[in-house]
Design a protein around this ligand. Structure first.
Ligand SMILES: [Zn+2]
Length: 415
């Protein structure tokens, strides 16, 4: 397995035009003493909607690194892949996010999971983890429930891991396992057993993306109990620390936070805890670079503003269709959205301030932002008209992209 750096930042780019602007933010961080590496992530769903292929993302990253003379390591993440779609990513990714959320709780024969269950039985009773004050009571029945629930997912992860390794060679990529797209968060003791099962299957995983407590909606701030998040996140760090030290898990194994863009209220908490315990982190953003493109165009004079207003009108009319694939990760109340007729009268300034995520800004509207976030299909359908507009106004668009990643994200975490 390739060794992923301690700090890595996932940058999504739906239309593959902002590679350089994104990389400029990373280079700025590096110059300021923050050793971040970039990971371009794009899911199969995004590729299908935008009609791009994995090699487009690879080419974008390669071209950006060459043009800017970037000498550090960089990655292209086959994001949320599974057995059905991994094949098309093999040649153009060096980071694979193996998504096994759907296999959690799947049917499984007892003779399959029983052996692992028995090997974990010594941990039943009072589970105590160094660095965590409380002890977790894990009854035999509870342990059996945890094993039955997660065993099918880890078995699936192993299958996908081996199939990637067969093609690429195990040393030529980074593997992440994700379970974040589910309703219930995984508790720290569950994470403990999940990681021990991953070890049993000999998957040298570099990052793990659990479902954390609270809501991680796309493109907007965290919604939930920040103190509860703090407690669980710190306990997760301690679980990993213990397993690395005492059970030979990969030394640089770290947590991955998905839909991590815009979660401004937990950034200081994450930053504080990874510094306190000297741990790494992978933050994966949710393709919000597209929103910065819209902001940039709204500021680019009449033609840009007209175009993004028309995107909003179409997204508003097709709300149900656009929101359905993202139903579990957005919260939009249609009654609270401005009507397209209202938006029609907005200035560049009002449009951009309504969309740009500045917490506490009087014009900022998270409903408006979420609808445009899922509305990228409308821009994809505009095809070259949209891409040409981006090209024409690449300077102001690029400034928005860079500022968003550097000032609003990286600085909140590491500043
Ligand atoms: Zn995810």
């Amino acid at each position: 397995m390739k060794t992923l750096e301690k700090y890595s930042f996932g940058i999504g780019d739906r239309f593959t035009r902002q590679g350089e602007a994104q990389l400029r933010a990373i280079i700025r961080a590096n110059k300021n003493g923050i050793p971040l590496v970039p990971v371009w992530n794009k899911s199969n769903r995004e590729h299908q909607i935008v009609k791009t292929v994995p090699s487009d993302t690879w080419k974008e990253a390669l071209s950006a690194t060459k043009k800017l003379g970037y000498n550090g390591n960089w990655y292209v993440d086959a994001d949320h892949i599974n057995m059905q779609n991994v094949e098309r990513y093999m040649d153009h990714s060096n980071f694979f996010t193996i998504d096994v959320a759907d296999a959690i709780g799947a049917e499984c024969d007892e003779d399959e999971w029983r052996e692992i269950f028995e090997s974990l039985l010594p941990f039943a009773g009072n589970l105590s983890i160094p660095g965590i004050e409380e002890t977790f009571e894990v009854s035999k029945d509870a342990l059996e429930g945890t094993v039955k629930k997660f065993y099918p997912a880890i078995k699936e992860a192993a299958l996908i891991y081996r199939s990637i390794s067969d093609v690429r060679g195990a040393d030529n990529y980074v593997a992440e396992i994700s379970m974040d797209e589910v309703e219930d968060p995984q508790t720290p003791p569950e994470l403990f057993f999940i990681l021990l099962m991953i070890r049993k299957f000999e998957i040298p995983v570099q990052t793990i993306a659990p479902k954390f407590t609270g809501r991680f909606n796309k493109g907007v701030d965290y919604v939930g109990d920040v103190e509860q998040f703090r407690k669980e996140f710190e306990q997760d760090l301690m679980v990993i620390d213990h397993l690395v030290k005492s059970f030979d898990l990969p030394a640089n194994l770290k947590l991955s936070v998905h839909s991590g863009s815009d979660k401004f209220s937990i950034y200081p908490v994450i930053g504080e805890l990874i510094r306190k315990h000297d741990k790494g982190i992978h933050i994966k953003t949710a393709g919000t670079t597209w929103l910065e493109e819209v902001i940039g165009l709204s500021l680019a004079g009449t033609e840009g503003l007209e175009m993004v207003k028309s995107f909003y009108r179409k997204a508003y009319e097709r709300m149900e269709e656009l929101c359905t694939p993202y139903a579990t990760v957005i919260d939009i109340d249609p009654d609270k959205l401005p009507t397209p007729a209202e938006v029609e009268g907005w200035s560049s300034e009002l449009f951009s301030n309504t969309l740009r995520h500045i917490p506490g800004h009087p014009d900022y509207d998270p409903m408006f932002r979420q609808l445009i976030h899922v509305g990228y299909k409308v821009a994809a359908e505009a095809g070259d008209a949209y891409l040409d507009m981006l090209e024409k106004h690449s300077e102001i668009v690029g400034e928005q992209v860079e500022e968003n990643i550097y000032d609003r994200h990286i600085m909140r975490l590491f500043g």
